[in-house]
Ligand binder design. Structure first.
Ligand SMILES: [Zn+2]
Length: 285
């Protein structure tokens, strides 16, 4: 009864405040008993920021009147779900968490996916070739966003830092700037964010990003914030994010709230004559 009350009344309030705690196991045994011999259990009610003190007092009163004596206290818990056994072991020290299977980080059909990746990386390279013939001042870096569920290209973008004079207009940044255009028409991004179902559309959690060159740290961090599913680039760069320890996922376990799979080149296509322009060593993509 207590858990149902929490799930129906408190969990939606948590989520509305951006504090999704559904990765936590709701109940744990406290290992103690009441004088009457009943087990005492610890239950996660909600995030501290979700309820005012007065609202919490109301809930305590209602619970006591319903025959459920509760005495709230603050407890530190993991803010993030565990996706690996290592995270699970570390996070559950605070409070039990569930292990989430991350289907976005597994490859079900390598051959089929490699064919698809090859197709889109070639399209991305073709984008730079087309643009380079008309905008030769800009760096020959292009990016593309696909929805792997429908095999459709949703967005494309180019690096425009030279032509715009804006130093942050890297291809990935320009691509992600267009994400809100994927929202259904006539509704603002702000409204959409209130709905869980639509949140996925604002964040790019089901989308893959292709780019001609290994992106810089800024772009990789922007991809983390956007929750992309995968990053696929064709050519490594001297100033790519790898040089700064990015993409060595294990080192960052637990530090970031999102990770994406990353691919360099495409198996089976490496031997082909597919070339992209080489960037100067002091240029980051
Ligand atoms: Zn960049």
């Amino acid at each position: 009864m207590t858990v149902r009350f929490i799930q129906e009344r408190l969990t939606p309030l948590d989520i509305a405040k951006g504090m999704d705690l559904t990765h936590l196991k709701r109940v744990r045994r406290a290992g103690q008993r009441t004088e009457e011999g009943h087990d005492i259990i610890d239950v996660v009610l909600c995030a501290e920021s979700t309820l005012s003190k007065a609202a919490l007092d109301d809930i305590v009163t209602q619970a006591v009147q319903s025959g459920i004596p509760i005495s709230p206290r603050l407890e530190k818990v993991s803010r993030w779900p565990a996706y690996t056994m290592k995270q699970l072991a570390e996070f559950k020290v605070l409070w039990p968490v569930t292990l989430r299977k991350d289907s976005a980080r597994s490859i079900k059909n390598p051959e089929k996916e490699a064919i698809e990746m090859r197709k889109y990386i070639l399209q991305t390279i073709e984008l730079t070739n087309q643009r380079n013939s008309t905008h030769s001042t800009d760096l020959p870096i292009a990016a593309l966003l696909t929805d792997p569920r429908t095999s459709k290209v949703l967005l494309t973008a180019h690096d425009t830092r030279v032509s715009s004079g804006h130093p942050l207009q890297h291809a990935v940044m320009n691509l992600l700037t267009e994400l809100p255009s994927l929202l259904p028409a006539n509704q603002s991004a702000e409204v959409q964010l209130m709905s869980n179902d639509e949140e996925e559309q604002y964040y790019a959690s089901m989308y893959d990003v292709y780019i001609t060159h290994e992106p810089c740290t800024m772009c990789c961090m922007a991809l983390v914030h956007s929750r992309v599913r995968r990053l696929i680039f064709w050519r490594g760069t001297a100033r790519g994010a790898r040089q700064l320890g990015w993409m060595k996922g294990d080192d960052l376990d637990g530090l970031l709230n999102h990770r994406y799979m990353c691919f360099e080149g495409i198996h089976g296509a490496l031997g082909e004559d597919i070339t992209v322009a080489e960037l100067d060593d002091d240029v980051c993509a």
